[in-house]
Each structure stands twice: as structure tokens, then as C-alpha cells.
Design a protein around this ligand. Structure first.
Ligand SMILES: Cc1ncc(COP(=O)(O)O)c(C=O)c1O
Length: 392
């Protein structure tokens, strides 16, 4: 009765099962994986956000496939102010970055065509690809005093079915930005094989050192699609306002935009109140980004302080984003370790394999966790891991 693409294993995995068991038993879980900023005890300007949604113009229906010009201009103004010049006409609004990915997979790929994606990275890619009948081919990021794209592996992975390369800038959860020389190498690679570049920049504004990194939205060398949205930029995932910026050689850009406009016109998924509120929602970044960056830096400092007191675990270098990767002794699979931490301590951390790390020995924690919880949870996790090591 159902399509093969929806033949997912729907039973909860062991890690989810363990969480359900604990919750059913009434145990309170200390969650070090929080990625929802609206549940991270941050102060939002509730009045400004809610007022922005009450606009009499929302009583009019003005179906614009690319999204209302006023909203696209607000996105262009964000780039101009914070990053680089972007033309509002090159922007298409979507409800989420995930929807943006699905438009792009539809635009670029026939059934079974391939997209190169970084590994480790963000776990939602698999489902997005399944739904669009696209095959993901991983290219590794290697860790050696910081993360690097393994450029030779791109050349090994490419074939006649490859349509695009995805970069996540900075990547989730490794927190690594695409370096300037990597950008040049990616452009050369895409030009050589006539591929598009898809740049996911949802965490672009969260460089821990505060130094702005260049956006791909201004990349002119090859056909480039840059994805972002207010979900991370303004810490407002519930508003469902995201976008795709198209840049590159003029002819390719206008052909891509004309086709994407038809895809967007088919769904017309943007709603009026949120589009009309776009300038105000984007404005919120000025207050929420400093709070999030303060939180991230405070938690990272605390993590380093706790790690300095022991020798069993360390963390990997991180440049941006909301996560940290802990390197822990490999005595069992990451999933078993995360389950053990959950059962023994009621502390939730993510196993590295959620993000497709190539080997065991990685745990992921969210740096936007409320600071007190983070301190407490990290102390407990490191305590347990050091005790285990002592027992070996
Ligand atoms: C790298 C990356 N891209 C995209 C998203 C999803 O963004 P959106 O809420 O706009 O779909 C996330 C969410 O965590 C993410 O980590």
C-alpha cells in the first residue's frame, strides 16, 4: 500500500527507548542536547515578536511564488548589513531550510541522482534525500588540529550521477567553517564537474571568536544556493521563515530561479503574517545572538575547566555553532555509552553515530544548554567516564 521511500524503521531506537523508560518511571532528565532555543531559558522580546504578527495587511492574500518582496528585501538587508550584497530578486522564501533542501533536490536531481554531503554532519539529510529519491554520497571531514574537507575524496566520489555538493558553514556538530582555500577548491571542483554548490549557513552568525566569516551567498564562481533562516539567526524556529539565495554565473542563476519559482508556486507555502513580520523577526537577531553567543562561550569555558581537571576525555576544536564534540575512551559503542550515561546519571548526551562519525569515541553536547544544567551535567558525565577509566 505504501511507497518504498517511506519504508522507514519506525520503532524507536534503543537510545530513544531508554529515554522513554526513564520518563515513564518519572525520572527527571538533565538534557545536554537542547537545540530548541525557545526552550533554552533565553530572554525574548515577546512584545516585539507578537506585535509584528498583528498586521492588517495579513487580511489580504497576495500569492507571490518567491515570497513577498518586502520580506525578501528584509533578508537582503540582513546580508547587506551583516555579510555581503545580495539582490532581493535572487531570494526565494521557504518555510524552513529543510523545505529549501527539498526544492533544490527537486530542481537538480532525477531519481537516484547523487549529492555529495559532509560526514559527520546533520542527521536530517537522510530523510530529506529519501523523500526526494536522491542518493547521498558522503565525503569525509578529517580531524587533524581542526576539521578539514578531505578534498581528494570529492574527486573519488564524483560520477556522472553527481549533481551537487553540500557544505554546512559552519558544520553541525563539528562547528567547522569552510576555509578560504577549501572554498576555492570547492569552486574548482564544481566548475570542473558542472555541479552546483549548496551551502547551509544556518549557524553562520555564531562564530565563537566574533569574527564574521564570508557567506556563500556572494559566491559567483559556480551556481550556488545558500540556505538560511530565522530558526537559528534569530532563534525563532517556530516562525518558519527561511530562504534560498541563488548566486553564480548570470545565465545559470536566471534559469535556476525561473524553475524554482515554478516549484515554489506549486506549494505557495509561505503565510502572510510571518512574511509581513520578516523585518521585525530578523531584527530580533540583534538581541538574541549576543545572548546565545554568551551562553555558548560560557559553556565552552566551563567545559574546558572541567576537562582540565582530568585526563580521560578532551574536546575537539570548534570554531562556531551551538555544539561541542567530546572525545571519550572507546570501551563500547557510542550508543551504548550514551544509554549508560542516561541510565546511571539521567543525563542526556548524543552519541557521535547520530551524526555519522566514522568511529566510536564521540559524544555531542549542546552549548546552548542553560548554564547551570550544563555545569552539573558535564561534571557528572566526566565523573562517570573517569571512574570507568579508573576501573579498567
Ligand atoms: C545544519 C542545519 N541545517 C538546517 C537545520 C534546520 O533548519 P530549519 O529549522 O530552517 O529547517 C538545522 C537544524 O538544526 C541544522 O543544524
Amino acid at each position: 500500500m505504501f511507497s518504498h521511500r517511506t519504508d522507514w524503521k519506525l520503532t524507536p531506537n534503543r537510545f530513544t527507548q531508554a529515554q522513554e523508560e526513564l520518563r515513564a518511571a518519572g525520572r527527571e532528565i538533565l538534557d545536554l542536547t537542547i537545540s530548541n532555543p525557545t526552550r533554552a531559558e533565553l530572554h525574548y522580546d515577546a512584545e516585539a515578536i507578537l506585535q509584528a504578527l498583528v498586521n492588517p495587511k495579513a487580511l489580504d492574500y497576495d500569492p507571490q511564488p518567491k515570497g513577498l518582496l518586502s520580506a525578501r528585501e528584509a533578508v537582503a538587508a540582513y546580508y547587506r548589513r551583516q555579510h555581503d550584497d545580495v539582490d532581493a530578486e535572487s531570494i526565494i522564501l521557504t518555510t524552513s531550510t529543510s523545505e529549501g533542501y527539498s526544492y533544490l533536490f527537486r530542481l537538480l536531481c532525477n531519481v537516484e541522482d547523487e549529492i555529495l554531503v559532509p560526514k559527520p554532519s546533520y542527521p536530517l539529510f537522510e530523510f530529506l534525500a529519501d523523500l526526494q529519491d536522491v542518493k547521498l554520497v558522503p565525503y569525509p571531514l578529517l580531524y587533524d588540529h581542526g576539521w578539514q574537507i578531505d578534498c581528494p575524496s570529492l574527486y573519488k566520489a564524483v560520477n556522472h550521477r553527481t549533481r551537487a555538493v553540500v557544505v554546512v558553514h559552519p558544520n553541525n556538530p563539528t562547528g567547522s567553517f569552510v576555509a578560504e582555500e577549501e572554498r576555492t577548491a570547492l569552486n574548482n571542483f564544481c566548475r570542473e564537474y558542472k555541479l552546483s554548490l549548496i551551502a547551509d549557513e544556518v549557524f553562520l552568525d555564531y562564530a565563537h571568536d566574533g569574527a564574521p566569516r564570508p557567506t556563500f551567498a556572494a559566491n559567483q564562481d559556480v551556481l550556488t544556493f545558500t540556505l538560511s533562516g530565522v530558526s537559528k539567526i534569530s532563534g525563532l524556529p517556530q516562525m518558519k521563515l527561511a530562504w534560498i539565495v541563488t548566486s553564480g554565473p548570470a545565465e545559470a542563476v536566471s534559469a535556476a530561479l525561473a524553475r524554482m519559482e515554478v516549484i515554489a508556486d506549486t506549494y505557495l507555502s509561505m503565510n502572510a503574517p510571518v512574511q509581513l513580520a520578516a523585518p521585525a523577526l530578523l531584527e530580533q537577531r540583534h538581541s538574541i545572538q549576543p545572548l546565545l553567543l554568551d551562553r555558548v562561550r560560557a559553556n565552552l569555558n566551563e567545559l574546558d575547566r572541567a576537562l582540565a581537571k582530568q585526563k580521560t576525555c578532551c574536546r575537539l576544536d570548534v570554531e562556531g555553532g551551538w555544539y561541542a564534540v567530546l572525545r571519550v575512551p572507546v570501551t563500547q559503542s557510542d550508543e551504548d555509552l550514551a544509554i549508560q550515561i542516561l541510565r546511571k546519571l539521567s543525563v542526556l548526551v548524543h552519541p557521535g553515530h547520530f551524526y555519522d562519525f566514522s568511529g566510536d569515541g564521540h559524544l555531542i553536547v549542546s552549548l546552548i544548554t542553560p548554564t547551570q544544567d550544563f555545569h552539573k551535567g558535564i561534571a557528572q558525565v566526566l565523573g562517570l567516564l573517569n571512574q570507568k577509566e579508573g576501573n579498567h
